[in-house]
Design a protein around this ligand. Structure first.
Ligand SMILES: CC(C)(COP(=O)(O)OP(=O)(O)OC[C@H]1O[C@@H](n2cnc3c(N)ncnc32)[C@H](O)[C@@H]1OP(=O)(O)O)[C@@H](O)C(=O)NCCC(=O)NCCS
Length: 218
């Protein structure tokens, strides 16, 4: 593997456009024709759940090639007790640099920083192929579900510190920071700030459909 020297640092204001463009390049046509992840991170930074200390960029030869961002999320048990968790996404590596280990290094760096900040559990919706090697396990192993007792296949849990779970049922509540992405017109308008790109179909969209409609039996 021909990995180049890299640096990882916190994102700052001067990086915003480059990071949004990187996100757009990485997610374009991945889950549906076009993408909205660049708009998501644009609005996320002003949301109360955003954790700026865990927004990292990775640079190679002075160019940002990867980034990761986190939001606060929570679990609520059947008695109304709450447990603070964190959730990353979008995370991306520029297509030119994918599958060379950069994503692994960046994600694991963010775990170390999150641990130092006192966080103990990361919960995400993601393609298990990308995350089981990072220590994520199915939500069902920790009795973490959505309202209604549904265990989505892509809902994944990673303990940053061991033994966070005692078998009780927890309901996952993600941040509402992505809510503005439902406004397709706002996404389209925001997208005009970037170079034109053609929307189209690719097989990963079917993969996304399958994962996002899959649940596990308790
Ligand atoms: C997903 C993504 C962040 C991973 O970063 P990356 O630098 O490409 O991945 P890495 O080379 O570090 O590999 C990470 C893990 O992915 C998995 N992986 C690697 N190549 C893979 C492949 N061809 N197919 C399936 N999984 C693969 C492995 O589990 C690997 O970990 P391991 O080497 O420790 O076993 C990156 O590919 C990306 O930005 N993809 C487009 C956007 C995206 O899908 N983001 C995540 C949304 S859920």
């Amino acid at each position: 593997m021909n990995r180049k020297n890299y640096i990882i640092r916190n994102e700052n204001k001067n990086d915003y456009f480059a990071v949004e463009n990187l996100t757009r390049e990485s997610f374009w046509n991945l889950s549906f024709p076009g993408c909205n992840e660049h708009y998501f991170i644009h609005v996320m930074r002003d949301h109360k759940d955003f954790i700026p200390e865990l927004a990292f960029v990775m640079e190679v030869d002075g160019e940002i090639i990867a980034n990761i961002m986190y939001l606060k999320s929570k679990l609520i048990d059947e008695n109304g007790n709450e447990k603070e968790t964190i959730s990353f996404g979008p995370v991306c590596v520029h297509p030119k640099y994918q599958r060379m280990g950069y994503g692994k290094i960046l994600i694991e760096h963010s775990f170390e920083k999150a641990k130092e900040m006192g966080f103990d559990t990361v919960i995400i919706f993601g393609n298990p192929d990308n995350y089981v090697a990072r220590g994520f396990k199915s939500c069902i192993r920790f009795n973490v579900c959505l309202d209604g007792g549904y265990f989505p296949a892509p809902l994944l849990v990673k303990e940053l510190k061991e033994n966070q779970f005692d078998g009780r049922r927890w309901f996952y509540h993600e941040s509402d920071a992505s809510a503005p992405c439902a406004d397709e017109e706002a996404v389209e308008n925001f997208d005009k700030n970037f170079p034109p790109k053609e929307k189209g179909w690719q097989p990963s969209q079917e993969e996304f459909f399958i994962h996002s409609h899959s649940g596990l039996n308790a």
